[in-house]
Design a protein around this ligand. Structure first.
Ligand code: ACO
Length: 351
């Protein structure tokens, strides 16, 4: 049997192959890669500036900008649903990728603030998109949810179980913010962003080098309880862990992809706080010119923040086809993740 295989490649379960070699074989790059071919974003119309918050809380624009980098955030109106916003982000991502809703195999929506406890957002988004053939599921991994969902989507595509997957981060954090508590009220915003992931055999970077982690022992440092439904956190502890975990996971993702920080065109991290993003980038050896920051315009939108930042970067002309991008996120759990991805490595999947 093994003579039919290329030199050095053994059949799975071949007793001649030591266990260590079999373990390494499972980490071989897949033959089919998943690539990001489109990105889209949607924000609610309501804008809340730091000046607006000054009128309601004992805070100042100066304090908020210095400690967080945030200048304004978007907010859904009372009673407004999140699903239409998520759907719009997905529509824009599909249009950007030159794909139709009818081609989507799965809709993955990352959210901690769905419109109902159950069902989740994803089936509603698939319905509104006009994708009745698609399976649809929500992912809850707090602010790291988009990176987790992207890794899962890439695995679906690489394994051949799906050709096209929509990965959306959609959040209405205003629903779980204590608007009377100044240390958290100023931090959060609402929004949705999405990317289209599709199979392509000819990609150099693809979407394969992800590193995910979790530590449930730190849950009490950042959480929202079922009864109270308000985000509570120990800000400085969260800050410290966020920088450490994003740096560690990004370094490991780079090593797995066989790249160095010098080969990264852009660093797009969860937009929690400008200081956290720049501290992580500096430790990774990435100069500020390669770091995407849009927390000033949208605040912390949890798992929507990375696709929102990608869409903003594309609109600003900073994220261009063929770019190699490092993604990193950290959130309640604690959970964290990082990945190295190629953005629009080819004009269309399969070209
Ligand atoms: N305006 C004015 N003063 C304020 C405000 C405010 N909005 N909020 C807090 N303060 C005061 C505090 O009361 C404190 O006053 P004191 O010294 O008299 O006691 C002082 O400012 C310093 O407070 P700290 O909490 O020590 O301020 P810090 O520099 O740590 O900044 C911040 C706070 C911005 C929250 C920071 O800790 C941080 O960014 N942490 C990480 C937050 C984060 O990223 N969370 C994760 C995302 S949440 C999610 O995943 C869903």
């Amino acid at each position: 049997m093994s003579t039919l295989l290329p030199p050095g490649v053994h059949a799975p379960g071949d007793p001649a192959v030591p266990a260590s070699a079999r373990r390494r074989a499972r980490h071989r790059p897949p033959l089919t890669r998943a690539g990001i071919f489109g990105v889209g974003a949607a924000l609610p119309d309501g804008v809340v500036t730091n000046r607006d918050l000054e009128r309601a809380l004992e805070t100042t624009d100066d304090w908020i900008v210095r400690r967080t980098g945030i200048r304004e955030r978007r907010r859904l109106a009372e009673g407004e649903l999140l699903a239409p916003l998520a759907t719009e982000a997905c529509r824009r991502a599909l249009a950007d990728a030159g794909r139709t809703a009818g081609e989507v195999d799965q809709v993955l929506v990352s959210t901690v603030t769905p419109d109902r406890v159950t069902p989740g957002l994803a089936p509603d988004v698939a319905l509104r998109l006009g994708a009745p053939q698609a399976s649809a599921v929500d992912v809850n991994a707090a602010c790291a949810g988009f990176v987790y969902a992207l890794d899962h989507a890439a695995a679906l595509v690489e394994s051949g179980r799906a050709e096209v997957v929509l990965v959306c981060g959609a959040e209405a954090l205003s629903r779980i913010t204590d608007h009377d508590e100044r240390s958290t009220a100023v931090l959060f915003g609402d929004g949705a962003g999405a990317v289209v992931l599709a199979a392509d055999d000819g990609l150099r970077v693809g979407c394969g080098s992800f590193v995910l982690g979790a530590d449930g022992a730190s849950a009490d440092l950042l959480y929202a309880d079922l009864d109270e439904r308000k985000l509570r956190m120990q800000g400085q502890e969260v800050y410290r862990h966020a920088v450490r975990r994003m740096v560690e996971s990004t370094s490991e993702a780079l090593a797995r992809s066989g790249m160095t920080a010098a080969e990264i065109d852009l660093f797009v991290a969860h937009q929690a706080n400008r200081r956290i993003i720049h501290a992580a980038a500096a430790e990774l050896g990435l100069d500020p010119a390669r770091v995407v920051v849009n927390v000033d315009r949208v605040a912390n939108t949890s798992s929507a923040s990375i696709p929102l930042a990608l869409a903003q970067a594309q609109e600003d002309g900073v994220l261009r086809p063929g770019a190699t991008v490092a993604l990193a996120a950290f959130g309640a759990g604690f959970v964290w993740g990082a990945g190295v991805v190629g953005f629009k490595e080819r004009p269309h999947a399969g070209d």
